[in-house]
Design a protein. Structure first.
Length: 334
């Protein structure tokens, strides 16, 4: 049995920052993640993706952010169970919980913090004949190493931030980047969309709007992507890689059976402290929902800071919380 103050389900960026916030209040954390490494989606799906909306970092690569967050949490000595899924949650008579994983690891904690991002997730795939035939042979749903695409002809499909950001980034790496989107406007941030239009005007990327993926072809490896244009015309693109970026399909997994209030695969929380409807269980980051919710890492950081002050009363019921600024006291003072 592992004993800790807080059991955090998930080991992504919001979970790692939660360790830091807990440490400032002298609370110990144990993190559990089904993935074999820390970092969540950042490490698993797009470790080299540039992120632009972290305060103090005009641009930071996803994996660099994870490593910095881990360094920030390091003084508070978090412990981890990786590569195991949380299967059961059993409430004890004193209000605490025992968590059991798929490999029968048992964790006893006073508070449960769900920071599992989108939960169990998989990429949303386009409906194309022969799609599976080319997966891993030219079709990929994530960019782990941009160098894979150096000097290659790349077709990116999608209209969200990931599609825009990778089109911008790979325009400097690939021999040719074609961005395909089914609409005339993008769902991503206006600034990224403006950069994409500028690159297209400069001839540095090809931009095809109001078009859909229709077919993929090749002899053992992808070599052609066929689109259906606005007027139902066929557009043929020579390609070494197709990267469909249509988002992720989230699944809560066993969490859905814990008696929490669920809305569209997200956990409803009280914005005063990001508590769920079950006492001593909190949810922070992309896995929660509330009016005005923004799925941004920085918003998850805010949620982590607020909820830790609420969780304190369960770990130290006889103590009064005294908030101090790290700028005055430093981290070691805690």
């Amino acid at each position: 049995m592992i004993h800790t103050d807080l059991c955090i389900i998930g080991a992504g960026p919001v979970a790692l920052f939660a360790v830091f916030e807990a440490g400032l209040l002298k609370m110990r954390c144990h993190l559990i993640d089904a993935l074999p490494q820390i970092g969540g989606q950042l490490s698993e799906i797009y470790p080299q993706k540039p992120i632009y909306d972290i305060p103090g970092y005009p641009e930071v690569k996803a994996q660099d952010l994870v490593e910095n967050l881990m360094e920030q949490a390091k003084p508070f000595k978090p412990t981890f169970t990786l590569g195991e899924r949380v299967d059961h949650l059993d409430k004890q008579e004193d209000g605490s919980f025992i968590v059991t994983t798929s490999d029968k690891t048992h964790v006893h904690a006073q508070v449960i913090i769900i920071a599992g991002g989108l939960g169990c997730f998989e990429p949303r795939k386009p409906v194309l004949e022969n799609l599976e035939k080319f997966e891993g042979k030219g079709i990929t749903y994530m960019v782990k190493d941009p160098e894979t695409f150096r000097g290659k002809r790349v077709v990116i499909a999608g209209g969200g931030d990931s599609a825009l950001d990778w089109a911008i980034y790979l325009s400097k790496v690939s021999s040719r980047v074609t961005l395909v989107h089914r609409n005339e406007t993008f769902r991503g941030t206006p600034d990224s969309a403006a950069k994409v239009f500028d690159l297209a005007n400069q001839g540095k990327i090809d931009l095809i709007l109001s078009a859909n993926l229709k077919q993929v072809n090749g002899n053992g490896k992808l070599d052609t992507v066929i689109l259906e244009g606005k007027l139902k015309e066929e557009i043929k693109l020579e390609a070494d890689y197709l990267i469909p970026l249509f988002g992720l399909s989230p699944k809560l997994g066993p969490i859905a059976d814990w008696g929490l209030s669920i809305d569209k695969n997200a956990i409803e929380v009280d914005t005063r402290d990001y508590s769920t409807g079950v006492e001593r269980i909190y949810a922070i980051g992309d896995i929660n929902t509330y009016p005005g919710k923004l799925k941004l890492i920085l918003c998850g950081f805010h949620e982590a800071a607020i909820m830790m002050h609420s969780a304190f009363k369960y770990v130290y019921p006889d103590q009064k919380l005294s908030f101090k600024y790290t700028t005055v006291n430093g981290v070691n003072a805690f």
